[in-house]
Design a protein around this ligand. Structure first.
Ligand code: GDP
Length: 459
């Protein structure tokens, strides 16, 4: 069986959406709400299962959005949401012609405003030139908010009590103010304009679902208006995608969860995947999609499919995937020249490669995208890097760090990664300091403080 919803005859693929924002601002809840609404609206079985992503077809968006979305006005087949909120993989490819995320939702808690990860996400979005919409979340917590009033994007502004309006206005103005130094016109957040420059802010509640129809409507509208051309794909061409995660899977060994944004991938296809060292050339053994919950008995959680078309999230089982990197490109060779495809993958990886110095700190990160973001932040802070890699902190990283002569460089900075236990042990004996964090900004700050401490001690 193949993914029927992805073989659109118009050859326009589904735009891919990433959800970003500060921890606890409601990314997971918002995705859950969107998924939940889609399941409620869709007939059982109408929704294709994906790995690492949720597809919401146009007709279901239209049911959720009610009068706001008339399916006849749209050619795009729906929206594909990447399920891992805050995932950094998507940041690597956009500026190089490919796109893991075509569009993003930046979730901001109306009470908490812009926080370090919000700013980090904003930086990434600007750098990768990914269009985005702000979901001003948790409006249900605004004192006096009445969910029975009209939905926010239409005329809540007129109909809620002054007190609530003022409270929400303050939050939204703060958010908008943070988005640009140029300032915005008063009613900007209702009127989403040229969205590369001006940014739409949609008040939502991931808890009650209020504003979610509006958010989906705005996303569909913007995608249709600004991105239709970019969504034109060769539906049956050799697939192009990005690795979301590398995972050990019982019975399959190391597998990669990928998002396919162009063409198709089939069983037995030869593929080239970006690896820690050289590009990995291997053959697809199985394409796995999650089985619908109702069908899971004692057998595998997965169902084999012969072929998948963009845009889709799918698990690929193939030999030799141990070295694959999250955020790295995946390309199907099929009738193309293998060397040419390998070169393309190499070129893509080279363009993401971090400049390293003779001496510096060791950097580890969970994906290529986050590694790039880390390198940028360290470059700005004028911290040289001797080695930058995707993956957990391993003993060989300790070896590298321990050879530094300057104690300020006997350091490993790990973003969103674990420290393997033998590495931890080795770090103690070799006098290597490891910092790990889930916020780049905080990681750099911790390192700065550490350096200050050393400098003070030296005086
Ligand atoms: P994430 O870290 O960004 O994925 O945030 P979560 O989705 O895990 O949400 C963090 C907390 O905020 C959880 O306790 C959620 O229940 C709560 N939360 C998320 N969205 C809303 C909302 O719209 N209203 C309220 N009242 N709580 C919310």
């Amino acid at each position: 069986m193949s993914n029927t919803d992805t073989h659109d005859p118009t050859s326009l693929r589904t735009p891919i959406v990433a959800v970003l924002g500060h921890v606890d601002h409601g990314k997971t809840s918002l995705l859950d709400k969107i998924r939940g609404s889609a399941v409620i609206e869709g007939e059982a079985g109408a929704i294709t299962q994906h790995i690492g992503a949720t597809a919401v077809p146009l007709d279901i968006i239209s049911s959720i959005a009610g009068d706001l979305v008339d399916p006849d006005d749209f050619d795009l087949p729906g929206l594909l949401f990447i399920d891992t909120p805050g995932h950094h993989s998507f940041t690597t490819l956009r500026s190089r012609g490919g796109a893991l995320a075509d569009i993003a939702i930046l979730v901001v808690d109306v009470n908490d405003g812009f926080q370090p990860q919000t700013l980090e996400a904003l930086d990434i979005l600007k750098r990768s030139q990914t269009p985005f919409i702000v979901a001003a979340n948790k409006i249900d917590t605004v004192p006096g908010w009445d969910p029975n009033e009209d939905a926010p994007i239409n005329d809540t502004y007129e109909s809620q009590s002054d007190r609530v309006r003022q409270r929400l206005d303050e939050s939204l103005y703060e958010i908008i103010g943070n988005l640009s130094d140029e300032g915005f016109s008063a009613d900007l957040y209702w009127r989403v304009q040229n969205f590369q420059r001006n940014v739409g802010v949609v008040p939502v509640s991931a808890m009650t679902g209020e504003g979610v129809p509006d958010l989906l409507t705005v996303m569909m509208g913007l995608s249709q208006r600004y991105m239709k051309e970019e969504m034109e794909i060769d539906v049956s061409g050799p697939g192009v995608g990005t690795v979301l995660e590398v995972k050990e899977e019982k019975g399959f060994g190391k597998t990669v969860d990928i998002v396919l944004y162009d063409g198709t991938i089939k069983e037995d296809d030869t593929i080239v995947v970006g690896g820690q060292n050289d590009p990995i050339v291997t053959e697809v053994r199985a394409l796995l999609q999650p089985r619908p919950l109702a069908e899971i008995r004692t057998e595998s959680r997965f169902e084999n499919v012969d072929e998948v078309g963009a845009a889709a999230g799918i698990k690929v089982a193939a030999p030799e995937l141990g070295d694959a990197m999250a955020g790295a490109p995946v390309r199907v060779v099929r009738d193309r020249d293998l060397d040419e495809v390998i070169e393309e993958v190499q070129a893509e990886l080279a363009s993401i490669a971090v400049d390293t110095a003779e001496e510096g700190v060791v950097v580890k990160a969970d994906t290529l995208g986050s590694l790039e973001a880390m390198a940028d932040a360290l470059d700005e802070a004028e911290v040289p890097i001797v080695r930058a890699e995707v993956g957990d902190v391993a003993p060989r990283d300790i070896s590298v760090a321990s050879t530094a002569e300057d104690p300020k460089q006997q350091v490993i900075l790990g973003f969103n990664v674990d420290v393997l236990s033998d590495a931890e042990h080795r770090a103690e004996t070799d006098d290597v300091t490891i910092f790990t964090d889930e916020v780049i900004y905080q990681l750099v700050e911790e390192y700065d403080e550490y350096v200050e401490g050393i400098e003070q001690a030296q005086q």
